[in-house]
Design a protein around this ligand. Sequence first.
Ligand code: MG
Ligand code: MG
Length: 248
Amino acid sequence: MIIRKSAAEIEVMREAGRITARALRIVGESVRPGVTTRQLDRVAEEAIREEGAVPAFLGYNGFPATICASVNEQVVHGIPGDRVLGRGDILSVDVGAIVDGYYGDSAFTFPVGEVGGEAVRLMDATREALSAGVAQCVPGMRLSDIGDAVQRVAEGAGFSVVREYVGHGIGRAMHEEPQIANFGPPGRGPVLKPGMVFAIEPMINAGAAAVRSLPDGWTVVTADRRPSAHFEHTVAVTETGPDVLTVE
Ligand code: MG
Ligand code: MG
């Protein structure tokens, strides 16, 4: 069942989204060659706590940090640690915050210094794919129209869509129904209605779609070890169309 939120609930989620977006921005301002992913994790935790919110990922299913920090071939769920970022890396940061029991969830892939042309194209295409998915969040559209729009942009740019990890409903839990695939076909699944809130999060690979999990039990990498990008917004469906909540 897809839980629809009231206008008052969406306003609380907008605050969680604002704090999430702010944390992501502040982390991004600290991304540079020489910084470790653990340092970025501390920046994120402080940014969330100083707003009176709670880091959503810390302790979630035992996850040990505030952010997921996934470098280059790492797709999602990378654990912050001693890895030093270098010029030319790309870093996907996924972060969430809880306000009064409601969740915000957002991700962004940052370049570390100057990066190569393929990495730039991959990041741009993934961000554009997210925008295309968000644009489907209009009453009367069907759930799989979101993934279809994402897939068209990603594959149109010559990249591939990760199948094993998907977006999700969000509200008083980080992961609510439905699961939101990043691929079509269009016109399937529930009809979108006002009050539905989704975390839409394309994970797009430069090479093949296949992924593997590392022995740490968390980190997901591309099977061919080519780079991957990840962008995510929390979005409410309203009468007038998409309302992106993870913005400042
Ligand atoms: Mg996320
Ligand atoms: Mg998510």
